[in-house]
Design a protein around this ligand. Structure first.
Ligand SMILES: [Zn+2]
Length: 101
């Protein structure tokens, strides 16, 4: 599941500035600024880092939003962490039960 309510997006260059100000209709945005975007407003292929929690073991980790959406089929399925071998062994599911983040 997603823990983060917002993603902080830093405006690094003019391209991003134009994109963000257009997409979210924000005026007076400047390069170097960081803005908070509600997670649900992020494009599903966004590479912004969000905090998520494994629905199986409860481990929290930062993943990029796009990866999360791939793992959970756009947030329609549960999220499982996968990178910790101990976790996969502990839950008895093996790697087959876990998908890559
Ligand atoms: Zn897990």
């Amino acid at each position: 599941m997603i823990i983060s309510k917002f993603a902080c997006i830093k405006i690094l260059n003019k391209k991003k500035l134009t994109y963000i100000s257009k997409k979210y209709n924000i005026k007076n945005l400047q390069i170097g600024q960081t803005i908070k975007i509600p997670i649900e407003n992020l494009p599903i292929n966004s590479h912004e880092k969000i905090l998520v929690k494994c629905d199986n073991c409860g481990i929290e980790k930062l993943v990029n939003y796009q990866s999360y959406n791939i793992c959970t089929k756009n947030n329609t399925e549960k999220y499982y962490c996968s990178e910790l071998p101990t976790h996969s062994k502990a839950d008895g599911m093996g790697f087959g039960g876990h998908r890559l983040a």
